[in-house]
Design a protein around this ligand. Structure first.
Ligand code: 13P
Length: 345
């Protein structure tokens, strides 16, 4: 497939993914995760329902104003829009860069109760070549870190950092921009200070491994969690504290040669995800673009409005556009929480 990205360098693609006013839509839910999302609206997770839902998102009018790239799942990158246009081609024709999740999920880490390591390195070089042929220009690999009683261990952090770097090096070799995603889960009663300490340790390990494994930081992006209080913590940090500690953590760990940091939403409310990103950008400029790569925080209202009914596609697209627009505004710190209750489309 001839694409606009064909002649672009890794750094140019990475920079296009974090272009001003835009961010990434994570639509790479695995079969298990999309089933959970569909269960929540009472829709059966069939291949056609998954296709129709993704079609709705990708054909939303104006999405390209605020969405720079979309992360697809293996099934989705092989599917097509209702008119037969393959999804990667559809996205590319709208100026949206297609990407692909390539990890095979977090599995129990041997000898480390309650901890996981992300698998998927075997055969990865060959899979990457196929994804490139299918139109992907960037990749994502997610490591999952839990905070709990005496975890995470250094063993877990470094094993995941090593795998992330192997994935990143292989992606760059195949002409694909790697998004390295270490996610420190928000589940738990931990304080924001504990989230800071763990995120700091994880990112130190990650950038050590990326350096050792000769990954070009200019042609990569970091996807990570914001530094926040655990969901069940007795005290919840406010938006300013989240913004300040997240920026402090990144300043200490993420090289300025990395073009951008794209946050995951990780179960934050749609409004929190937008307001916190906005607060960080109000404190800019920063050495890197601070952007979004949200799954739930971009899709939740659209999923609900759709409810599996083709008659609701227009409403669902409006809901998706609205969140994309608000997050697009948060890229420059120009979002206002009042918009949530106003008729802003
Ligand atoms: P959430 O924004 O729903 O956390 O999803 C982002 C993602 O891609 C997690 O890997």
């Amino acid at each position: 497939m001839a694409t606009m990205a064909e002649t672009q360098t890794l750094e140019e693609i990475a920079r296009a993914l974090v272009a001003p006013g835009k961010g990434i839509l994570a639509a790479d839910e695995s079969d298990g995760t999309i089933k959970k999302r569909f269960d929540s609206i009472g829709v059966e997770s069939t291949e056609e329902n998954r296709r129709a839902y993704r079609d709705l998102l990708f054909t939303t009018d104006g999405a390209e104003e605020h969405i720079s790239g979309v992360i697809l799942f293996d099934e989705t990158i092989r599917q097509a829009s209702a008119d037969g246009t393959p999804f990667p081609k559809l996205l590319e024709s709208r100026g949206i860069i297609p990407g692909i999740k390539v990890d095979k999920g977090a599995k129990p880490l041997a000898g480390a109760e309650g901890e996981t390591v992300t698998e998927g390195l075997d055969g990865l070089r060959e899979r990457l070549q196929e994804y490139y042929e299918l139109g992907a220009r960037f990749t994502k690999w997610r490591a999952v870190i839990s905070i709990g009683d005496r975890i995470p261990s250094d063993y877990c952090l470094w094993t995941n950092a090593h795998a992330l770097a192997r994935f990143a090096a292989l992606s760059q070799e195949s002409g694909l921009v790697p998004i390295v995603e270490p996610e420190v889960l928000m589940d738990g009663t931990h304080s924001i200070e504990e989230s800071y300490r763990v995120t700091d340790r994880m990112l130190q390990a990650l950038y050590t491994e990326l350096f050792d494994q000769r990954v070009g930081r200019e042609g990569s992006l970091l996807k990570t969690n914001m530094v926040v209080s655990g969901y069940d913590a007795s005290e919840q940090a406010d938006v300013d504290t989240v913004a300040e500690l997240t920026i402090k953590c990144l300043t200490n760990t993420c090289p300025s040669s990395v073009p951008g940091v794209v946050f995951l939403s990780g179960g934050m409310s749609d409004e929190d995800a937008t307001a916190r990103l906005n607060a960080m950008n109000q404190r800019g400029p920063h050495p890197w673009e601070l952007s979004f790569s949200y799954g739930r925080a971009l899709q939740a209202p659209a999923l609900k409005a759709w409810g599996g009914d083709a008659n609701n596609v227009e409403e669902a697209q409006k809901a998706f556009y609205r969140r994309a627009k608000f997050n697009g505004a948060a890229r420059s710190g120009s979002y206002a929480p009042e918009w949530e209750t106003a008729e802003v489309a």
